[in-house]
Design a binder for this molecule. Structure first.
Ligand SMILES: [Zn+2]
Length: 231
């Protein structure tokens, strides 16, 4: 069920405290319009009653589409929460949810994202039928192949469904500091399909699972970790 609640917030520009209604959960089955709102960047965006400036309030949000088996939990790293805390809470939440399901109901394939851009990206990616872990592996390869053009500490790679074709998977380079979209890099879909086949077998799949144990998959962070270990 889609759910909205009142929250007390302070405007990041003028500091004015105010009560706003924010979404906790979006259920695209019941409210297809909410998917469009999310993709258009309008979910949890408010306008300050004082200075009239608009901004998005970062808070946890669940996106659900039962029909398409989509379950994405956006849990931003707010305050002192670090990634291991968020992953632990996610694992516990999923275990609890699965425990409550009737035995004949298949548990949803739950995804964890921690940045807003990842939420929309993951939605597109899953709707395209792509494997999230494999796409992060592809990003890992792209960071490794383009160290100068694509410094992993400064640039995000985001899957771009709209500009992808039957031949190419399209990725946009985003600067992490300015959030500006700067360039487009392609990855041949045939190469992606080849990877799907490679990781289809047990031994190879185990390697991918070792590279991305989850529940949070991030090729950029994985690359930075490996790079730090190699230095
Ligand atoms: Zn304000």
């Amino acid at each position: 069920m889609s759910q909205k609640r009142k929250h007390e917030i302070a405007c990041p520009f003028c500091g004015r405290e105010q009560t706003v209604e924010l979404w906790d959960a979006l259920n695209a089955d019941e409210d297809p319009g909410l998917r469009e709102e999310l993709v258009a960047g309008r979910i949890n965006r408010v306008e300050c009653v004082g200075c009239r400036k608009g901004f998005r309030v970062d808070k946890p949000l669940v996106y659900r589409d039962v029909e398409q088996d989509l379950f994405i939990h956006y849990d931003p790293l707010l305050g002192a929460r670090a990634l291991p805390d968020v992953e632990k809470a996610f694992r516990e939440g999923v275990a609890e949810l699965n425990r409550l399901l009737p035995p004949d109901v298949e548990p949803p394939d739950a995804h964890l994202v921690v940045e807003w851009s990842e939420l929309v990206e993951r939605l597109f990616l899953l709707e395209e039928g792509l494997d999230a872990r494999l796409v992060e592996h592809v990003k890992y390869l792209m960071y490794r192949q383009n160290p100068d053009q694509l410094p992993a500490d400064k640039k995000n790679l985001l899957f771009d469904a709209q500009d992808s074709t039957d031949e190419q998977l399209c990725f946009v380079v985003q600067d992490r500091a300015t959030h500006k979209l700067e360039a487009v890099l392609n990855f041949a879909r045939a190469d992606y399909e080849a990877l799907v086949n490679v990781f289809d077998s047990g031994d190879q799949l185990a390697l991918l699972e070792e590279q991305f144990p989850g529940p949070y998959y991030n090729g950029r962070l994985r690359f930075l970790q490996d790079q730090a270990e190699e230095d």
